[in-house]
Design a protein around this ligand. Structure first.
Ligand SMILES: *Cc1c(COP(=O)(O)O)cnc(C)c1O
Length: 388
């Protein structure tokens, strides 16, 4: 088997390898091994594509594909037929656009800032226009280049985050020349409560979008994020744009997570010790042992994306045994209570599971009092990344 070592412009590094060897090869350089199962991302893509059909399925690859590598993920999804990729910031589109073929669209959800328009046009990036001033600026660049430029039109239907307000929509429909030389390729809006199927907010937002859509009958609708796909076909529009579900996160807060897990994380032990009752552990001495306790320190901390809020709450696993985090998570290391394991089970270099078969993304997120999105996007840069 040949490992292919690489460093990408976006700072990701790691090896491509075949899946059969993943669980036995130790981390060579990294402070842990982060495995990213591109095959599982594809399975999730296919499943969501089936659910959303006949709507097309795009992929949200913002924040470096939720921390997993925007270029790696996008190139793989391209092979699955994905042709619409969504990033948040222009800088992300600048990095991704050249890696993809011309028939793939790279949308910038957050829109452009003044001064970015011409470069975006020349790169072939497709901004979401979130205000009248952005529409005017895009139209101006289009006419100065003597071209028709593609854009998405984003409207706010009740989240008050991004997109034209109802007043601005009225102004635009009354003055369509504001968007001259612009070809709208999607009419987009974003759901605030898509992951809560019981919430009445989604239906209100859908009704608002449909009303606006009447003024743009030829423009395809894009509304569904991951949760939106599970709200049913009314929400699918013409182009769905899931993010978290592709990466194995739960699209809906209730019930079982139907998605395939994508990320595994194993971190090696860097020291073990046995301490008597009454011994303080970690910064601030927030924990004191109640009995003779065996401890292991592992080589990842909050700088590697293990939230400090896991201090005294979270756990790692070894062979299915839960090993509670003892005291505070440090920047580069975390100490865990290994008393539940037979003596000598863990040694220098033994890898424990942070994410994997026994501990899901959702479990870590819950312990850390956050959401899977935040756990993924904070996964550190010091792990050896393995794409399978
Ligand atoms: C992040 C984002 C998505 C993807 O949301 P998920 O919940 O991860 O599926 C879709 N649309 C917009 C506008 C977003 O900001």
């Amino acid at each position: 088997m040949h490992d292919q070592r690489y460093i990408l412009a976006n700072g990701n590094w790691g090896v491509f390898m075949d899946s059969s060897t993943v669980d036995v090869t130790p981390s060579t350089d990294g402070c842990g091994v982060l495995t990213i199962d591109l095959g599982a991302i594809c399975e999730n893509f296919r499943r969501l594509a089936k659910d959303a059909s006949p709507a097309a399925l795009g992929a949200v690859v913002k924040a470096d594909a939720y921390g997993l590598g925007a270029i790696q993920v996008s190139l793989r999804l391209l092979q699955e037929g994905c042709r619409a990729f969504f990033v948040a910031h222009f800088i992300e589109a600048v990095q991704l656009r050249p890696a993809l073929p011309q028939d793939a669209k790279v949308y910038v959800l957050n829109g452009l800032q003044p001064g970015q328009e011409e470069r975006a046009a020349l790169l072939g990036v497709v901004p979401l226009l979130n205000s009248l001033s952005q529409i005017k600026a895009w139209s101006r660049v289009a006419s100065s280049l003597g071209r028709t430029l593609h854009a998405g039109l984003q409207v706010d239907t009740g989240m008050s985050r991004l997109g034209l307000s109802p007043d601005e929509v009225q102004t635009l429909t009354a003055n369509p020349e504001l968007a001259s030389n612009i070809e709208l390729t999607i009419l987009a809006s974003h759901l605030a409560c898509a992951d809560e199927p019981e919430s009445p907010t989604s239906a209100k937002q859908l009704a608002a979008l449909r009303a606006i859509s009447g003024a743009f009958p030829a423009v395809p609708i894009s509304m569904a994020n991951s949760g939106g796909i599970f709200l049913g076909s009314d929400y699918h529009g013409t182009l769905a744009r899931p993010g978290i579900a592709l990466y194995g996160g739960a699209p809906v807060v209730t019930g079982d997570n139907p998605m395939m897990p994508v990320v595994g994380l194993r971190v090696p032990v860097i020291q073990t010790r046995t301490v008597p009752a009454g011994t303080p552990v970690g910064y601030g001495a927030t924990m004191t042992t109640e009995r003779t306790t065996r401890l292991a320190t592992i080589s990842a901390g909050y700088a590697d994306g293990l939230p400090r809020s896991l201090s005294g709450r979270g756990a790692v696993y070894f062979d299915g045994t839960r090993l509670p985090i003892a005291g505070r998570v440090s920047m580069d290391s975390t100490t865990v209570d290994i008393s539940a394991l037979p003596e000598g089970a863990l040694d220098l270099g033994t890898q424990v599971e942070v994410l994997g078969k026994h501990q899901t993304l959702e479990m870590v997120a819950t312990d850390a009092n956050t959401i899977s999105y935040e756990i993924l996007t904070r996964l550190g840069r010091r792990y050896q990344r393995r794409y399978i």
